[in-house]
Design a protein around this ligand. Structure first.
Ligand SMILES: [Fe+2]
Length: 298
């Protein structure tokens, strides 16, 4: 961890750009409704990333943190001259590994994103921002957590000419979202969904704290994830059995909880009797402020 003074100076450097050099969020019409197009706001270079030409080409890496069995995902558009990249659900313990990989691959990290406020580990977003001040943190507005960009259902997060669509999937927590690769002729096929703890391979996140609701989780999965094409690849935030990926079609058939009707699902969730997470009292307050709980308020 860098000294606080240095972190503060970097934060100031990023947040004090003159207005003329900070491109505003763009809004564009899409599918008969207005959907916000989120682009980096950290200066001219970042603006260039979202507008340059080039055939999109996805680079994808699935990374694992063994203490909390968390998956972190690295995505980049390597068809773009700047190779803009993002990390989904980075963990503080593995930030060095993740940033080394970003450097080795010649990528330009622009976003560090979370699917929700995690209770079992501290997010790496705060540490990443302290080391790379122009990276922007992303989390849902509904989470009530602090981040540079607060996203809502329907937002599109661009990295180069690729994008992730934000789908609100509350139930594990109130602010859970699923990030889904774009729907379009130049976007990756099959689609990929980063489900956080909303949908795990043959399981799902618990619903007994952090605003959880088994009713909401069931409705989220069935309305926002199981409606995706059946070949959509599902990448969860955790796995405890060694699985790495599933598909919508596979989970609709074989998920022992979410393939059932809602009443059966609710009774399964009510009878889990799970232990209180050992990291919860440390992780949640830290993750509500982007993993930077030691920063003085200013
Ligand atoms: Fe979680």
């Amino acid at each position: 961890m860098l000294p606080l003074l240095r972190i503060n100076r970097h934060l100031f450097a990023c947040s004090s750009l003159p207005l003329s050099s900070s491109p505003p969020r763009k809004v564009q019409p899409f599918c008969k409704s207005l959907i916000r197009r989120l682009t980096p706001r950290s200066g001219a270079m970042a603006a260039k990333i979202s507008t340059a030409a080039g055939s999109p080409e996805l680079l994808f890496r699935q990374l694992f943190e063994k203490e909390s069995s968390t998956y972190t995902y690295l995505l980049a558009d390597v068809g773009h001259p700047e190779k803009p990249a993002l990390l989904v659900d980075p963990v503080d313990r593995t930030v060095d590994r993740d940033l080394s990989l970003v450097k080795d691959l010649g990528l330009k990290l622009i976003y560090a994103m979370n699917t929700h406020v995690h209770a079992d580990h501290i997010t790496g977003t705060g540490l990443i921002k302290s080391l790379m001040p122009c990276v922007e943190s992303v989390i849902s507005r509904a989470s009530n957590a602090k981040a540079d960009l607060l996203v809502e259902h329907g937002d599109k997060i661009y990295f180069g000419n690729l994008f992730l669509e934000v789908r609100a999937t509350p139930g594990h927590t109130l602010g859970c979202v699923t990030y889904v690769t774009g729907d379009g002729p130049d976007q990756p096929r099959p689609r990929m969904a980063f489900t956080g703890d909303t949908l795990l391979i043959r399981g799902c996140g618990r619903t007994d704290f952090q605003g959880g609701s088994s009713h909401k989780l069931y409705q989220s999965v069935h309305s926002q994830i199981f409606t995706l094409p059946k070949d959509t690849l599902l990448y969860p935030a955790h796995d405890y059995k060694g699985f790495t990926v599933s598909t919508v079609g596979e989970e609709m058939l074989y998920n022992p909880r979410l393939s059932k009707d809602e009443e059966t699902f609710k009774s399964i969730m009510e009878s889990l009797n799970l232990a209180y997470p050992k990291m919860m009292d440390v992780a949640v307050p830290s993750n509500m402020v982007c993993g930077m709980q030691d920063l003085p308020a200013n």
